[in-house]
Design a protein around this ligand. Structure first.
Ligand code: NDP
Length: 339
């Protein structure tokens, strides 16, 4: 299948790209600069430009940003849209988080409808942020599934960057389903809703200083920042980036994924467990790791929400990697960029 992958320089997209190529698909990926295209190309010497090519899209928040990128010879049959800001370092939530998420998503759907009629499936990286009800706390009596939607409003969205990020994912995914309903395009969509994504980074794009947001807690533990006090875990669900990437690729390969939302989680984790796994497997970091008496990072005493990940397992046929394997591989990948 000929696939357009957006945001190919991202943490998750780098793994999606590798699995697409392994599965024999031919890929054009969008990046924001020629330098990033060159680095990705150099890291994949076995794929020529028919198998792996690039389009520059500098800012997905611009109207019509994808108008040219969706055109290709041979034409695209599937699109995987991962690009969206995931960080909390913003001063203007609307401009820096909401606009790129929402305009990016509706923009690519419009461009596909207008100029890429051969596209049959569009996969969108949404988030558990669009499922969780952040105003319910740990909500032990509730089981989250694809039925749930974050009720966050525009007014709450602009209150702070954390709300802003969650709202950006919620509004973008809602906008995608609304587009489908209203525009009745030629394609079907699948939305991917992972909670915290952990796992190895690719050495050719990363440094520990510019690490993607979700792996930063592992880096901080390794670097001794949790020694006295383990930070609170926040969201208690996770998934390995390689499992999530495989879900994205399965979502273009499996007919039954059409027009479905997928809650993609391997299960529970806590920051304390991450620290324990690092301690057990990397004695060289022992010095900076939290002592057994260090407070914080544990599960809440009164319990936490439950989850139903059965649709992902059944429709996409995914078996999830355990936390220990994911943490070990992540720390090893940090070493490959000089940790
Ligand atoms: P990264 O920050 O590594 O990737 C984000 C990607 O989006 C980068 O390629 C980035 O390009 C691109 N991007 C961001 N803003 C723009 C913009 N305005 N114009 C063009 N490109 C842009 O994060 P992840 O890989 O973790 O995130 C990928 C997707 O997964 C996002 O949609 C995120 O919301 C979602 N997600 C991630 C989770 C996680 O725990 N990691 C959990 C749930 C969902 P560049 O690097 O060049 O800036």
């Amino acid at each position: 299948t000929r696939v357009l992958l957006t945001g190919g320089s991202g943490f998750i997209a780098a793994h999606v790209l590798d699995i697409l190529l392994e599965h024999g698909h031919s890929v054009v990926t969008t990046v924001r600069s020629q330098d990033k295209a060159d680095r990705i190309k150099k890291a994949h010497p076995n794929y020529d430009s028919k198998k792996l090519d690039f389009a520059i899209v500098e800012d997905i928040a611009q109207e019509g940003a994808f108008d040219e990128a969706v055109k290709s010879d041979p034409p695209f049959e599937a699109v995987i849209h991962t690009a969206s800001p995931f960080h909390f370092n913003v001063t203007d939530v609307q401009k820096e988080l909401l606009d790129p998420a929402v305009i990016g998503t509706t923009g690519i759907l419009k461009s596909i409808k207008k100029s890429a009629p051969t596209v049959k499936r569009v996969v969108i990286t949404s988030s558990f942020a669009s499922i969780i009800n952040p105003f319910k706390g740990n909500w032990p009596e509730h089981t989250y599934s694809e039925e749930d939607w974050n009720p966050i409003t525009q007014e709450q969205a602009v209150e702070n960057p954390a709300n802003g990020y969650r709202a950006s994912k919620t509004f973008a995914e809602k906008a995608a389903w609304a587009f489908l309903e209203k525009e009745k395009p030629n394609f079907t969509i699948s939305t991917m809703c992972p909670p915290l994504v952990l796992g190895p980074i690719v050495h050719y794009l990363n440094s520990l200083d510019s690490l993607n947001t979700s792996n930063q807690r592992i880096r901080d533990i390794v670097q001794g920042k949790a020694k006295e006090q383990i930070p609170e875990t926040g969201t208690f669900l996770w998934v390995d980036v390689r499992d999530l990437a495989l879900c994205h690729v399965k979502a273009i390969e499996v007919d039954a994924a059409a027009n479905k939302r997928f809650f993609i989680t391997a299960g529970y984790f806590s920051n304390k467990e991450i620290a324990q796994i690092v301690e057990k497997n990397f004695p060289e970091y022992k010095e900076g790791l939290p002592s057994t008496s260090a407070p914080g990072g544990d599960y809440p005493k009164d319990g936490v929400y439950k989850y139903d990940n059965s649709r992902t397992k059944e429709v996409l046929g995914i078996q999830f990697k355990p936390l220990q394997e994911s943490i070990i591989d992540t720390v090893k990948s940090f070493k490959s960029v000089g940790a």
